[in-house]
Design a protein around this ligand. Structure first.
Ligand code: PGA
Ligand code: ZN
Length: 428
């Protein structure tokens, strides 16, 4: 019956994320009692142009409670969305965006918009008896992404002396997604061994996303060398490429106009040289946020200078189509990091991704440093045939949940499944 698809109620609740902080979970229930449930992830290394999160700011949970967000869902959104058809995703997202009415989504909150919008999509998919990736992506959703595994962290995401935030790898030489997972796990454990032998047992402490933490190392060269050693030790030479997220916004000192690097301050030109040297020395295929979030010019320069390298805009674009357009106009970066809660709704994220692809920018779908066990991220990555997913280390349940879902999707797609492999920037 058509009325089966109508929303009976929307309900929010406070749950916790992988950092032990509260986050919002939303249930959308239809008249046929079909449930769509989704939760919002949370960043720590946030860009200033991201959608604002609604947090309580009261004593409980160090100010991070989301009871206000729950109230918005239970009162405002419940009455706004009750009786609407869950299949009308764009219409519902439009209602949410218009009701919010702000540029930074500060009335309803990026966390409220993301959890609600995805819960609606999940309710529709479940009502239509389709997996989410097929509901969102249609019958052509078939690309299994190259997983960008995070092995070592610095910056805001781990207690190490490394300035650059993330040292990632991509098993581009795997034949299937499941082989990529196997390779990524084997090398992670080999690297744990190598780092603990070289830098002591505290290397085995893990950061926010399950990354390893070698103490007293501040030289990125040493990390990349150790990673390549681990890759070789497993017989995978040439089958992995390296990827860096400098998260340079968080190294930038606006007073001096320089970046913190290994106990000194360097200017944009010197930082550029550091990247160029790393790219010469290592199979470095991807660099995210090499400069701070307002420096479109340096982004354009590095994109020109390192032609073969994927230059990713995270804090630069914040998944926002307007900022992406500005980047495309001046040639800043060639890839967008896609984080739904940076912009708000699923429809906006899909628009940004489509616009990027149409302009020959690649799309790297990304987790946040705090996630839940919700697997919409894995589904979205296949839905848009993105070709690559950034999802932390292959340990800790909130990361593993995504990888395992992708393994299931690969199995379900059977012979239609295609691992992006070396074509991760342009998988179709
Ligand atoms: P997050 O950042 O902590 O905001 O999720 C991770 C990243 O910079 O990619
Ligand atoms: Zn980043």
């Amino acid at each position: 019956m058509e009325t089966d698809f109508l929303i009976k109620y929307v309900r929010g609740r406070e749950i916790i994320d992988s950092r032990g902080n509260p986050t919002l979970e939303v249930d959308v229930v239809t008249e046929a009692n079909v449930l769509g449930r989704a939760s919002a992830p949370a960043g720590r290394s946030r860009g200033k142009y991201e959608a604002v999160e609604i947090r309580d700011g009261s004593k409980r949970y160090h100010g991070l409670g989301v009871q206000k967000a729950v109230k918005i869902v239970n009162e405002t959104l419940n009455s706004l969305l009750k009786g609407r058809d869950v299949r009308l995703q764009r219409e519902i997202d439009k209602i949410l965006i218009e009701y919010d009415g702000t540029e930074d989504k500060s009335r309803l909150g990026g966390n409220v918009l993301t959890a609600t919008s995805l819960a609606v999509a999940k309710a529709a998919a479940a009502s239509l008896k389709l997996p989410l990736y097929k509901y969102v992506g249609g019958s052509n959703a078939h690309i299994l992404p190259v997983p960008m595994f995070l092995y070592v962290c610095g910056g805001k995401l781990a207690a190490t002396d490394l300035d650059f935030q993330e040292f990632n790898v991509m098993p581009t030489g795997a034949k299937t997604f499941s082989e990529a997972i196997q390779m990524g796990c084997e090398v992670y454990h080999a690297l744990a061994d190598i780092l603990s032998k070289k830098f002591g047992k505290y290397s085995l402490n893990v950061g926010d996303e399950g990354s390893l933490s070698p103490p007293k190392v501040d030289d990125p060269n040493i990390i990349f060398e150790s990673i390549l050693e681990a890759v070789e030790s497993q017989g995978y030479s040439g089958k992995f490429v390296l990827a860096l997220d400098a998260a340079a916004t968080h190294l930038f000192n606006s007073m001096s106009g320089k970046y913190r690097f290994r106990g000194k301050e360097v200017d944009a030109g010197e930082l550029m040289e550091i990247y160029i040297e790393l790219a010469k020395k290592f199979p470095l295929a991807s660099i995210e946020d090499p400069f701070h979030e307002d420096d479109f010019e340096s982004f354009a320069e590095i994109t020109r200078k390192l032609k073969d390298v994927q230059i990713v805009g995270d804090d630069l674009f914040v998944s926002n189509i307007k900022r992406l357009k500005k980047g495309i106009e001046c040639g800043a970066a060639n890839t967008i990091l896609l984080k739904v809660n940076q912009i708000g709704t699923l429809s906006e994220a899909l628009d940004t991704a489509a616009y990027a692809m149409r302009n020959n920018y690649s799309v790297l779908v990304s987790e946040r440093s705090a996630q839940t066990e919700d697997i919409w991220l894995a589904e979205l990555t296949v839905a848009i045939n993105a070709g690559q997913i950034k999802n932390g280390a292959p340990v800790r349940s909130e990361r593993v949940a995504q990888f395992n879902q992708l393994l299931r999707i690969e199995e379900e797609l059977g012979s239609a499944a295609k691992y992006a492999g070396e074509n991760y920037r342009s998988p179709i």
